[in-house]
Design a protein around this ligand. Structure first.
Ligand SMILES: *[C@@H]1O[C@H](CO)[C@@H](O)[C@H](O)[C@H]1NC(C)=O
Ligand SMILES: *[C@@H]1O[C@H](CO)[C@@H](O)[C@H](O)[C@H]1NC(C)=O
Ligand SMILES: *[C@@H]1O[C@H](CO)[C@@H](O)[C@H](O)[C@H]1NC(C)=O
Length: 316
């Protein structure tokens, strides 16, 4: 199967088209995880993963063991059984059964409950690309959330999917501002992966489900689809698609005009680094990244160099 998994990318909203692309039977990725490449830190990491995986249930059992002291703040007056610490973004019909209204009109490739979230900051000027991205992720059964930074919401109503995605509007805010306010880890706790993308990515050959299956099988906590060198402006070599592998965690190539990467490089952006335009976070990594995002963070320049804390935390 030689399909390509490709994300093309308009770097400059005004004109220049470049293309981020992951091409492969499946997406090729980068990741922040334990890629220093040494086998001996992997076990640590695995251990950590399983701790994360268990996070929810550990917390729940802790609540029942330590009684009222451990109850969520403010819930002490309520019967324990009705207190739920987390929620989700599922829209519910006013009447009738749940399934009836969700993703109506979209061919679903998977009838199982959706469990991934696609969130993107959008402006009406990028209508065409956004439409393609939203359709692709809806048909892969993602929950889709749009952050409108230009305050325009009504003009999206032309699209059939408009009533089936969540719209949030706040003028001149960045995706990090929105994510900090509207993607609290307790609210998005049900989603296995959170895609927090820019609006100018072309997804003609990108397959969300395939991508998710790769990051699951590789155990990637933070990742991004790789860029097609032919169509994208590649600023950091690690973000370009590798020809031979599905996934890569480091690069050995010198970057454009920058300090080179070689076998002895152990730090971003040679190893363990992704760009901020198309990050994908696991539930556990998102909980960490959400705390890393400061309330006054705007452009998030430099955050890319720090994300590793949330994928290999205890070693730093
Ligand atoms: C739903 O999920 C189950 C278990 O994860 C899987 O076996 C089944 O194939 C899925 N159904 C579809 C339509 O993808
Ligand atoms: C939003 O940004 C635009 C462009 O910088 C500016 O013209 C406009 O006044 C801003 N609006 C608000 C409400 O800050
Ligand atoms: C990129 O361009 C080169 C040279 O033109 C070509 O051989 C290669 O197949 C192209 N790769 C993709 C993914 O289109």
């Amino acid at each position: 199967m030689k399909k390509s998994d490709c994300v093309s990318f308009l770097a400059d909203p005004n004109s220049r088209r470049s293309c981020l692309c992951s091409i492969f039977p499946t997406a090729s990725l980068l990741c922040l995880v334990y890629f220093i490449g040494s086998a001996f830190i992997a076990p640590n990491y695995k251990e950590k993963l399983s701790i994360w995986g268990l996070g929810g249930s550990l917390q729940n059992s802790a609540v029942s063991n330590c009684g009222i002291k451990c109850r969520p703040y403010g819930s002490e007056a309520l019967p324990e059984g009705i207190v739920s610490k987390s929620s989700n973004l599922e829209m519910r019909p006013l009447w009738g059964s749940r399934k009836a209204t969700y993703n109506v009109g979209f061919q679903q490739t998977n009838v199982n409950n959706t469990n991934n979230l696609f969130a993107m900051a959008v402006g009406i000027k990028q209508k065409v690309l956004v439409n393609k991205m939203v359709k692709k992720f809806l048909s892969s059964n993602f929950v889709v959330m749009l952050f409108h930074y230009d305050g325009i919401v009504d003009e999206w109503k032309d699209f059939e999917w408009s009533d089936h995605v969540i719209h949030i509007s706040a003028v001149n805010q960045t995706k990090w501002w929105f994510a900090k306010r509207f993607l609290h880890p307790d609210i998005v706790a049900e989603y296995s992966y959170i895609f927090l993308w820019d609006e100018d990515l072309g997804v003609e050959d990108f397959h969300p489900e395939q991508y998710v299956s790769i990051i699951i099988s590789e155990g990637l906590e933070i990742s991004q689809p790789a860029l097609d060198r032919n169509k994208s402006e590649v600023h950091h070599q690690i973000t370009a698609r590798g020809r031979r592998t599905k996934v890569h965690r480091r690069t050995y190539k010198p970057g454009g005009g920058r300090k080179g990467c070689d076998g002895s490089s152990t730090a971003p952006p040679c190893t363990g680094w992704i760009e901020m335009m198309a990050p994908v976070f696991s539930r556990a990594a998102w909980r960490c990244v959400w705390y890393m995002i400061q309330n006054d963070l705007i452009h998030a320049w430099g955050l890319d160099m720090q994300l590793g804390y949330c994928a290999q935390a205890s070693s730093l």
